[in-house]
Design a protein around this ligand. Structure first.
Ligand SMILES: NC(=O)c1ccc[n+]([C@@H]2O[C@H](COP(=O)([O-])OP(=O)(O)OC[C@H]3O[C@@H](n4cnc5c(N)ncnc54)[C@H](O)[C@@H]3O)[C@@H](O)[C@H]2O)c1
Length: 267
């Protein structure tokens, strides 16, 4: 889907998790709407591939979102490339699947580190730059329907995403006096490498599709369109909110592990 607007013309953006799936689609959409985009991923080859595929001045940035020194440098690189930071999108994330009683502490910490601490570290570095440069700016975090909707086998992921929503709401309050908005997009099941194993399994796929009124997973471009809206002046009066883009799934009951058997969930 190609955007027809130029509502992000002249804006500078930094997108984390840019090497794959949703983050990659966001980079493309922001660029289509006129933004210059720094494509950040911890996977150097993936960040480079996204930036090259987009062209139009997009630059790759290699960083771990949970590392404060990395994220300080990443923001500096984006500002060195484009002069300022108007839009930050925090899409980097990892999934893990285990029942609470079986979840290793290492698994819990890995998911919390990337999905929640990563958003804290990233938005802190981004907000410091946005405050210093002055003018309006926006941070969009990628949460999940799992911020509100519990899923069996997803304790770490659900807890992390609920934290992302609340962190963003606190940030929205604190940054509003500086002219900085903070919002989130909450995707439902989205066709990306993160859930490829789940979608390839007919039992699990049917359990999820049964739960989605619009009867298909999201495309990464569906999520990117919502991010572009929130990043634009069309959302100039929107802050502290999460926009769920889930085909209606959060109105239903999240599929149980039993409904997804015999396969284990992949996200
Ligand atoms: N796919 C879904 O069904 C779904 C649903 C709801 C929310 N989400 C969220 O959307 C976001 C994007 O997920 P996706 O489905 O595109 O996944 P993906 O696996 O396709 O892409 C995630 C990207 O993040 C990068 N990444 C991971 N850890 C990182 C780190 N520490 N530092 C920098 N980069 C890192 C990976 O290298 C990868 O390129 C995640 O936050 C995820 O939780 C996904």
């Amino acid at each position: 889907m190609t955007a027809q607007t130029t509502r992000l013309q002249g804006r500078s953006a930094l997108v984390t998790g840019a090497g794959s799936g949703i983050g990659r689609a966001i980079c493309g959409r922001l660029c289509d709407e006129g933004a210059r985009v720094a494509c950040l991923d911890r996977d150097a080859a993936a960040a480079k591939a996204t930036a090259e595929a987009i062209g139009r001045g997009a630059v790759p940035v290699v960083a771990d979102v949970a590392n404060t020194a990395d994220m300080r440098r990443a923001v500096e690189e984006a500002v060195a490339a484009f002069g300022r930071l108007d839009i930050a999108v925090n899409a980097a994330g990892v999934g893990a699947s285990a029942r609470l009683v079986d979840t290793a502490l290492e698994t819990w910490q890995r998911v919390l580190d990337v999905c929640l601490t990563g958003v804290f570290v990233s938005s802190q570095a981004q907000a410091r730059q946005m405050i210093a440069q002055g003018g309006t700016a926006v941070i969009v975090n990628i949460a999940s329907t799992n911020a509100q909707q519990p899923g069996e086998g997803l304790a770490a992921y659900c807890a992390a995403k609920a934290g992302v929503e609340m962190l963003g709401r606190v940030a929205a309050l604190e940054l509003a006096p500086h002219g900085i908005r903070v919002a989130a997009v909450g995707p439902g099941l989205t066709d990306t490498p993160m859930v490829a194993r789940l979608l390839a399994d007919p039992v699990a796929r049917d359990a999820f599709l049964d739960n989605i009124p619009l009867k298909r997973p999201a495309r990464p471009e569906d999520i990117a369109a919502a991010v572009a809206y929130l990043a634009s002046d069309d959302a100039a009066y929107v802050t502290g909110q999460t926009l769920y883009v889930d085909g209606g799934a959060s109105m239903q009951r999240y599929p149980s592990l039993a409904a997804r058997k015999p396969s284990a969930p992949a996200a």
